[in-house]
Write a protein that binds this ligand. Structure first.
Ligand code: ADP
Length: 467
């Protein structure tokens, strides 16, 4: 497409490209032009020997022109080409040097008379060859210089030379022909250089595009690999969770069922031999085992409801103090059976809340149950107080076994327990706190834990009264 444009416009790229091409052309031909100029200077100087043939008087005049004017200018151009800014004027100065060289020859032709000066006409041919073909002067500069030389020659022929008309005409036609051939030659050379430049430019563009596409591809592959490894990790995690869930549940269901079976065999087989207290202990054991199974199943059901997002949130206004009172009353017996003091402290006037009462109840049921379970001596305090503006705060504080710093960050993860395996001292399934966290999120509440191993734990839940 650009090549077609080049063909139709012959020699001009779009402005920006033209400037780019020009800079690159001048830079890449600099060395070549210097060498050609240097060789040109040597040849021009060596023709000084020819001057001797014209006799001593004329040869001094020729040398004045050759060595006194033309060669110093050509040499100065050669030196200037080494300047840093030479790119700005090198094309002009080479054209100028060519013109001056030609002018020098025309002047020598004027100074000498026929037939000696005929020898010098061919010199001008050499200048045309140099200008159009040996130098890498851009087409337009070369044409302007060549035409200027032709005009100068014409003026000399009309006003100064005394050649017969036929000689002037034949030399002029040779010069004109040399110029036309030279123009075609320089045009062709530049045309192919431009074409090559465009092809290289297009190739570079394509290369850039390919490199860009490659980079994009690499980035995509990297992203996909990352996504895959995340999915793999998730799959592995969910596989691990599934295994942990099955292990945990079979333990949590099996142990109380075993207890129920053993106790019922004991009651049946030892009938009449058990004391009343022993029988009461057996019934208490049966109730506890039954409650443990019900609790585990409730937890699983609640958890699956949350995960399937099928829980129907029922927002209503209720008194949080009443919920906590009901709970502490229900759990009083359990705490008492372990010799623990469970108390509710209400430090605020208004404890009304708009939230889902069932899940709020479950949050504190789990927290207080845990506090009782993981406390062997001392007390459990449930403290209700005002948090900053329009917020309520509930703290469940125990004097129990506490939680290690290492486990604390994972405390709300599913199926995690500080002590795991069959040797653990406390029953449970590691789901309670995960459910608590989910229920807090559901009610837009914040939950946090402060604990130290061996010194008890404090679970803090903060509610917005309305949200
Ligand atoms: P679990 O059924 O095992 O109690 P939870 O999810 O309720 O499961 O609790 C996870 C773990 O957090 C427990 O196994 C226990 O190690 C620790 N934990 C929870 N509450 C307390 C507490 N009040 N004191 C000490 N450790 C606790």
């Amino acid at each position: 497409m650009i090549i077609q444009k080049l063909n139709s416009r012959i020699f001009l790229f779009p402005l920006e490209k033209e400037e780019e091409f020009s800079n690159s052309y001048i830079e890449s031909t600099k060395k070549h032009n210097r060498i050609v100029l240097f060789i040109g200077i040597l040849i021009y100087a060596s023709f000084g020997l020819l001057d001797l043939y014209a006799g001593p008087e004329l040869s001094i005049k020729f040398w004045m022109i050759r060595f006194g004017c033309v060669l110093p200018i050509a040499f100065a151009v050669l030196l200037l080409s080494f300047l840093k800014q030479s790119n700005l004027f090198i094309q002009f100065s080479l054209s100028f040097a060519s013109y001056i060289s030609g002018l020098g020859i025309l002047k020598m032709i004027e100074v000498a008379s026929p037939p000696i000066n005929y020898l010098y006409f061919t010199g001008l041919m050499l200048i045309f060859i140099c200008l159009y073909s040996f130098f890498r002067i851009k087409f337009l500069w070369a044409v302007v210089t060549g035409v200027l030389l032709l005009i100068t020659f014409g003026l000399y022929s009309i006003f100064s030379y005394n050649h017969p008309a036929v000689i002037s005409l034949s030399i002029s036609s040779f010069f004109i022909a040399a110029n036309i051939i030279g123009m075609i030659s320089t045009y062709t050379i530049e045309y192919y250089i431009r074409k090559d430049y465009l092809k290289t430019d297009m190739l570079n563009n394509e290369k850039e595009k390919v490199t860009e596409a490659n980079l994009l591809l690499e980035k995509r592959v990297e992203e996909r690999t990352k996504e895959l490894s995340i999915s793999k990790e998730l799959a592995e995690k969910s596989e691990k969770l599934k295994t942990e869930f099955l292990a945990q549940m079979s333990h949590e269901i099996r142990s109380p069922i075993n207890t129920i079976l053993n106790l019922s065999y004991l009651i049946k087989n030892e009938e009449g031999e058990l004391s009343k207290d022993e029988i009461n202990d057996c019934y208490a054991g049966l109730t506890h085992a039954g409650e443990r199974i019900v609790r585990t199943i409730d937890l699983i059901l609640n958890m699956s409801e949350i995960q399937l997002k099928s829980y129907e949130y029922n927002s209503k206004r209720f008194d949080l103090a009443e919920v906590l009172e009901k709970l502490t009353k229900q759990l009083q017996y359990l705490a008492f059976s372990k010799g623990l003091n469970l108390r509710l402290v209400k430090n605020c006037e208004n404890s009304f809340l708009i939230a889902d009462e069932y899940t709020i109840f479950q949050i504190f049921d789990n927290l207080i149950n845990n506090a009782i379970k993981y406390t062997n001596a001392g007390k459990i305090s449930v403290i209700l107080s005002d948090e900053a503006e329009n917020r309520l705060r509930v703290e469940v504080i125990d004097t129990g076994i506490g939680i290690s710093e290492k486990y604390l960050p994972n405390i709300f993860d599913s199926f995690t327990q500080e002590e795991s395996g069959y040797t653990r001292r406390y029953d449970g399934n590691g789901l309670g706190l995960t459910l608590v966290k989910n229920y807090c999120d559901l009610n837009n509440a914040e939950i946090s834990v402060e604990s130290k191993k061996g010194s008890g734990s404090k679970f803090i839940v903060k509610f917005n009264r309305q949200f």
